[in-house]
Design a protein around this ligand. Sequence first.
Ligand SMILES: Nc1nc2c(ncn2[C@@H]2O[C@H](COP(=O)(O)OP(=O)(O)OP(=O)(O)O)[C@@H](O)[C@H]2O)c(=O)[nH]1
Ligand SMILES: [Mg+2]
Length: 240
Amino acid sequence: MYHLAKGLYRLATSKEEYSVILLGLDNAGKTTFHEQAKSLFLPERPDPKLKTVPTVGQNVSTLTLPDMYLKIWDVGGQLSLRKLWQSYYSSCHAIIFIIDSTDIGDGLLPLGALSASDPAGAGGGAGESGGGGGSSAKEATEGRLDECRLVLEDVLQNSEAEGVPVLILANKQDREDCVEVVRIKEGLVKKVFEGEKASSVRDSRVLPVSALTGTGVREAVDWVRSRVKWNKESRPPVMR
Ligand SMILES: Nc1nc2c(ncn2[C@@H]2O[C@H](COP(=O)(O)OP(=O)(O)OP(=O)(O)O)[C@@H](O)[C@H]2O)c(=O)[nH]1
Ligand SMILES: [Mg+2]
């Protein structure tokens, strides 16, 4: 009887738990984003710790959303730590890849040269067909555009991450020297997604954020929340 009651109680109180991993180059803003997400979604609403230090190892927290627990894994982005990322792929339900919009140089296409298909620059899947392209995008000489592209390609090509929804955040949009989200989307993200294996179908999106001010953080979490549910047959949640 006790076990039956305990089982029923568990059933009534348990929730689905999904995991999301924060990836991106060192200094992109992963830990800052994590801190803002905690301050928005943890019941005690802690003040975000906005003075961060480079992450060595991992920071983990579990957000309690109305319909799920969302476990956030914030890992280090330094070169020597990136090889550890792959150990998270098989158990994650979504990936948030954070780009420092002030550190990808000036090699992306100017705004006027981009397709008019998505003037806001933030809508639609990252893998939609469309404009961008052109040899000038290859001429990035400053910033970490090439490094960022290679690292993102590497994440997408990993078979253990196949089909996992990917949210790309163009971070640091509060800074005057940031590259606009539309240029990042057309000149970097779309190209990487177009190069993805044709067999790999996944949900993706590019959103502008400022992890420091918190702008766009709630929208980012909401996107992840909806996509992990849509993808739950492929990647079932854990019940907690
Ligand atoms: N202006 C501005 N600065 C930001 C933003 N997000 C992060 N930063 C700053 O960027 C620096 C690095 O931020 P972190 O969150 O520690 O970066 P990280 O991606 O966790 O770095 P690693 O742990 O080394 O991989 C810090 O000085 C942050 O204050 C943002 O949206 N705007
Ligand atoms: Mg960090």
